[in-house]
Design a protein. Structure first.
Length: 177
C-alpha cells in the first residue's frame, strides 16, 4: 500500500526533523495506515509560479522513473500545497526515506577509520553513473552533483534534489526547469 499522490497531512505522524536547507525542512514521518516511514519535505514558496515549477519537476521525475524503470532517484509519492496566513505557499513533498546522504556516510566511516575499498567505490560509482546516463539520455541535467544529493536507501545510492535540474533539447539549450 502506497500513499495517494494527493495525500493528507493528518494521515502522518512526525517522528523527527532529519534535514534543513535552503529549499526547506525534511522530516521523518510515519503513515498511520501501515506505520511505514517516509520523508516529508516542507518548503515555503512565495510565488504560485514557483509552485507550478516544483509540480512540473515532480511530474518530470515521475515520468523519468516510469519511462526508464530506473530506481536511481529518490521516489516522490506526492505533493501538497497549502496557502498559509502570510499568503505564501507551504509546499510538501512526500518521498522515500533514506538512511542518510553519502556525505554523512563518508564522514561517519572516516570517524572510525573504515575507508571505502576500491571495489565498494566502483559499485557506488556504477550505480550513480548509470542513473546519470539515463538522465542524460532523457535530456535531463541535474546541475548540482555532490555527496549531499546522493542518498543511501537499503544499500543503494540514489540521486535527489533536482531543484536545479533542467530539461535540455538538441544543441544543449534549456527548455524547461
Amino acid at each position: 500500500d502506497l500513499p495517494e499522490s494527493n495525500f493528507n497531512l493528518s494521515e502522518f505522524v512526525t517522528i523527527s526533523q532529519i534535514g534543513k536547507g535552503t529549499e526547506g525542512t525534511i522530516y521523518s514521518v510515519k503513515w498511520k495506515k501501515n506505520n511505514k516511514k517516509y520523508a516529508l519535505k516542507k518548503g515555503i514558496l512565495r510565488l504560485l509560479e514557483t509552485v507550478q515549477k516544483r509540480k512540473e519537476e515532480i511530474k518530470m521525475l515521475k515520468n523519468f522513473r516510469k519511462n526508464t524503470g530506473s530506481d536511481g532517484i529518490i521516489i516522490t509519492f506526492g505533493e501538497l500545497c497549502v496557502k498559509n496566513k502570510l499568503n505564501y505557499y507551504d509546499f510538501y513533498e512526500l518521498m522515500e526515506l533514506a538512511e542518510m546522504d553519502w556525505d554523512h556516510a563518508i564522514y561517519n566511516r572516516a570517524q572510525i577509520h573504515l575507508y571505502y575499498e576500491e571495489n565498494e567505490l566502483i559499485d557506488i560509482m556504477a550505480q550513480i553513473v548509470k542513473t546519470f546516463s539515463l538522465l542524460q539520455k532523457n535530456h535531463i541535467t541535474h546541475r548540482d552533483i555532490k555527496p549531499q544529493n546522493i542518498m543511501i536507501v537499503n544499500g543503494n545510492f540514489k540521486i535527489c534534489d533536482f531543484g536545479n535540474a533542467r530539461i535540455l533539447k538538441r544543441g544543449g539549450l534549456c527548455v524547461q526547469r
